[in-house]
Design a protein around this ligand. Structure first.
Ligand SMILES: [Fe+2]
Ligand SMILES: [Fe+2]
Length: 197
């Protein structure tokens, strides 16, 4: 899996995975919340768009998967005697929120939400790939490799759903804009050892 497969325009700063590896406890805590937010974001979509049968069908198992990831991260924390602690400020997602449009049309709102989720999934898959390649802990490497495959699948789910409900060319145009904006955010985001993004 490469950046091109995920659509991303800018690779993660290579310093991140090195410092993340040295501070795996904080990374696991931040990661746990990413999984929690991924599950709750899918639940919100199902609650807000119950009439969209395909969306409900595709996202219901994703909720279960994300919650399963959350449980597995908790297990990794427990193994290391690290308490979950409080949620940290998610600068990456906060900044992504600011580039979203706030259209009055419900379908366009849906596209913004689906593409936001697709972006986060793609970036997460890229970061899991880095962790799976660079960590020293064999168990965690395997865990992150599995998650990389799972999140790359979710990225495709969100893009496919956007294309299901909106014209493909509209989705592609907006996706391209969002990818550029995401790259801009990544370029300026502080590289931190206690953040997953
Ligand atoms: Fe996940
Ligand atoms: Fe995911």
């Amino acid at each position: 899996m490469s950046l091109t497969t995920l659509g991303l325009e800018l690779p993660s700063d290579p310093r991140w995975v090195d410092i993340a590896g040295m501070n795996i406890g904080d990374i696991l805590i931040d990661h746990a919340y990413c999984e929690q937010k991924a599950a709750s974001s899918c639940i919100s979509l199902i609650v807000q768009y119950p009439e969209k049968a395909r969306l409900v069908e595709v996202l219901t198992p994703v909720v279960a998967e994300e919650w399963g990831h959350f449980q597995r991260v908790l297990k990794e924390l427990r193994k290391r005697n690290i308490p979950l602690g409080r949620q940290r400020k998610d600068e990456y997602v906060n900044q992504l929120q600011t580039i979203l449009r706030k259209p009055s049309d419900r379908h366009e709102q849906l596209m913004e939400k689906l593409l936001l989720n697709a972006l986060i999934e793609a970036r997460s898959a890229e970061r899991f790939k880095l962790l799976s390649e660079h960590l020293n802990d064999e168990g965690l490497k395997k865990f992150y490799r599995e998650l990389m495959i799972s999140e790359a699948g979710h990225y495709r789910n969100f893009i496919e759903l956007a294309e299901e409900y909106l014209p493909k060319e509209v989705v592609r145009r907006r996706w391209k804009e969002l990818l550029e904006a995401e790259a801009g955010i990544m370029r300026n985001l502080e590289v931190r050892s206690d953040r997953f993004h």
